[in-house]
Design a protein around this ligand. Structure first.
Ligand code: FES
Ligand code: FE2
Length: 379
């Protein structure tokens, strides 16, 4: 079905708005249309707290990480005062992109005309600008982006009007408190470029309906019947599964000791929260991993998978040997989700892709789709 002219008219989405077992899936154009994607960027990604990884990726003064997020060049850089800051990664002279990838900088020098910024963003050198009328260097520092942290994880907000990160996370920090997130170490960060819409991937991560089919040879033993979604109070949703043994290992493997501080439900199963809009966590007995999505276009998404273990686990002499079992589990199962997501995107791009229906196994797909519609449709 091709996209209608009045794409944001709620009348087109009445079927998605019905209760789960009466509802239709989102129209295919929601995953392929440039206009729909642009509206999501404007009304979602530019207006919320976006997860951008972990502070231990840039531990030393001057360490930086540059990436594009929903069309904005962003750089995260740690200052001499040890604070991590976020800036628009664009020169204030005539707009050239400044830094690439990961590295360490003592100053940020523009590759075009050598304007040079300190690592706290202040403009220090602007050659041959002394005759420019009323030019005040102090007014041309890098544009800061709001940044807040929770449990060692970094979040940025492009809109100065949004409330603090705590209001976005709601009660999630309390739910996950006993994992001791501050004490985790990210031991591996792996990136994938996906030819699919960001929602395709989020939906996949938040249902277990596909596990016996897509992960039949890898995770099938982890499949369970439906668990009711977590009663979430904040901009997140999630699943919780009660079970034995780490969910980050393949069946039959043994791994590290459990996180010593776990309490209550965290000590009896695994939490899979989605922090809206596009970051999923797996919090299991012995480790925490995350799937971080950066929207790059209607049918392009960057996926970053981070693996975190408690400091005491990472200090074990057998860490490197044993962690390979965990990495193998992720390296087998994540590409399975990547392949099926890109395949779904191919089908959704067809002009004959119809509305589908939901199983009782997919409550959060329906919840997520309605969360998006709440934000992008015309009122
Ligand atoms: S654009 Fe950066 S110095 Fe000219
Ligand atoms: Fe999966």
């Amino acid at each position: 079905m091709s996209e209608p002219l009045e794409q944001f008219n709620p009348a087109h989405y009445a079927g998605v708005r019905r209760p789960l077992l009466e509802a239709e899936t989102l129209p295919a154009w929601c995953y392929t249309s440039k206009a729909f994607y642009d509206r999501e960027v404007e009304r979602i990604f530019m207006r919320v707290w976006n997860f951008v990884g972990r502070a231990d990726a840039i531990p030393r003064a001057g360490d930086y990480m540059a990436f594009d997020f929903a069309g904005v060049p962003v750089v995260l850089i740690r200052g001499k005062d040890r604070e991590v800051r976020a800036f628009v990664n664009v020169c204030r002279h005539r707009g050239t992109k400044l830094l690439d990838g990961k590295g360490n900088a003592t100053a940020i020098k523009c590759p075009y005309h050598s304007w040079t910024y300190a690592i706290d963003g202040t403009l220090e050198i602007a050659p041959q600008m002394e005759e420019t009328v009323g030019f005040d260097k102090t007014a041309y520092g890098l544009k800061p982006i709001r940044l807040e942290t929770w449990g060692g994880f970094l979040f940025i907000a492009f809109d100065d009007r949004v409330d603090g990160l705590a209001s976005h996370l709601g009660d999630l920090p309390r739910v996950l408190e006993s994992y001791g997130l501050d004490d985790l170490v990210c031991t591996r960060r792996k990136t994938y470029d996906l030819a699919c819409n960001w929602k395709v991937y989020v939906e996949n991560a938040m249902e277990s309906y596909h596990v016996p089919t897509v992960h039949g040879g890898t995770l099938q033993k982890q499949w369970r019947d439906i668990n009711p979604p977590i009663d979430a109070h904040g901009q997140y949703c999630g699943l919780y599964t009660r079970h034995q043994g780490s969910r980050a290992l393949l069946a039959g493997e043994t791994g590290f000791p459990y996180i010593a501080s776990l309490q209550g439900d965290a000590a009896a199963g695994t939490y899979y929260p989605l922090i809206y809009p596009s970051t999923m966590f797996g919090c299991t007995y012995d480790c925490v991993w995350w799937l971080e999505l950066h929207p790059m276009g209607p049918a392009r998404t960057k996926l970053i998978v981070g693996s975190c273990f408690p400091r005491a686990t990472v200090a074990r002499p057998d860490f490197d040997d044993v962690v390979a079992r965990y990495y193998r589990r992720w390296d087998l199962s994540i590409p399975e989700d990547n392949v099926i997501s890109e395949r779904q995107q191919e089908g959704l791009a067809s002009p004959f892709s119809p509305h589908g229906r939901f199983s009782y196994m997919e409550p959060l797909v329906h919840t997520i789709d309605n969360w998006v519609l709440d934000r992008v449709l015309d009122q």
